[in-house]
Design a protein around this ligand. Structure first.
Ligand code: ASP
Length: 323
């Protein structure tokens, strides 16, 4: 039986990717402002009684619509110059989940992931079949150009010139600064609602100059996205291949649920494995007790979070710099 809702239980964390923080102050402040605005809105939903799944879906959809981050509008481009978008959602109470990979005509990939979870008997759709399903389910569709920004075209040209496949944050021209600075990334959200239930959502364009058809950790349940009320909700960002190899989300779950580890310790251990597999990045996580962990092994991670004091905090660099 459900206990009566208690707004004191509410916790929230968002990320906008990990990588090299931008050197241009204008880029930093645009991203911080966007994170703060979306965290504040999402917190109000949670305080008003919204479930964790509704809250994280809302937060990630808003982040997808913000061109400063590598998801939805402003997503990075693959080697063919096209966006290929991945997303996932997961509900901790029953491990219901939905995921989508390699779509470029669905306005909100996270909404499609949610619809897959709620309106089909399946978990994971990719490519043409996923696009067709979105049309059948009546989700809003767009042309691929809708997602493409000039900054991402420049970023792809720079990566092609170097023959590199790059994390979204590395050497990306910054739309916030109107220049050619670094930074911005994959987006995600985790929450504990007033009932004490957990959920996670993540959405990404993946890596700049990736081969067509490449899928990273974001839509893989148990890698880049995971939630279980018995342990924690997690959303990852970084080198997807390394997060897949170490099964990041499930590795953290197993240490909490089976070995009784502390959340921070479990996330740090999983991030060590990411490093061993030559990856970098970070995660946001909230456990059943309401503890948050926001670790990263890159120069920074764009993040906003709300703990027991109910304040929205935003930071990019290593310090917890800023209420
Ligand atoms: N993890 C994402 C991927 O590999 C990229 C990122 O987080 O920036 O697709």
């Amino acid at each position: 039986m459900e206990t009566p809702p208690s707004p004191q239980l509410v916790r929230l964390a968002l990320h906008g990717g990990a990588g090299d923080p931008p050197t241009h102050p204008a880029a930093q402040s645009a991203q911080r402002d966007a994170l703060r605005r979306i965290a504040t809105e999402t917190l109000a939903l949670l305080r008003g009684g919204a479930g964790a799944l509704d809250a994280v879906t809302h937060a990630v959809e808003q982040l997808e619509q913000c061109p400063l981050f590598n998801a939805g509008v402003g997503a990075v481009l693959n080697r063919e110059g096209l966006p290929e978008l991945d997303a996932a959602v997961m509900r901790g109470v029953d491990r219901a989940c939905g995921a989508v990979a390699a779509v470029c005509r669905v306005k909100s990939p996270v909404r499609l992931a949610r619809a897959i979870m709620e309106r089909t008997p399946h978990v994971f759709f990719a490519g043409a079949g996923a696009e067709q399903l979105a049309a059948q389910l009546g989700l809003e569709r767009v042309e691929p150009d809708y997602f493409i920004t000039e900054a991402r075209r420049q970023q792809l040209a720079a990566a092609r010139a170097r023959g590199a496949i790059t994390l979204d944050h590395d050497h990306a021209p910054s739309p916030g600064a109107g220049g050619t600075d670094e930074a911005f990334g994959t987006v995600g959200a985790v929450a504990r609602d007033a009932q004490g239930h957990l959920a996670a959502a993540t959405s990404t364009g993946g890596l700049t100059n990736k081969l067509a058809g490449r899928v990273g950790d974001t839509p893989l349940i148990g890698a880049g996205t995971f939630a279980d009320d018995a342990s924690a909700a997690l959303s990852c960002t970084g080198t997807g291949e390394a997060f897949i190899r170490c099964g990041f989300g499930h590795a953290v779950h197993a240490r909490l649920a089976w070995s009784g580890w502390h959340l921070e310790h479990a996330c740090a251990e999983a991030l060590d494995a990411v490093r061993r597999y030559r990856g970098r990045g970070g995660c946001i996580a909230v456990d059943r007790a309401g503890r948050l962990a926001l670790p990263f092994n890159a120069g920074g991670m764009y993040r906003a979070w709300v703990e027991a004091d109910g304040l929205v905090r935003v930071a990019i660099g290593p310090g917890g710099d800023g209420a």
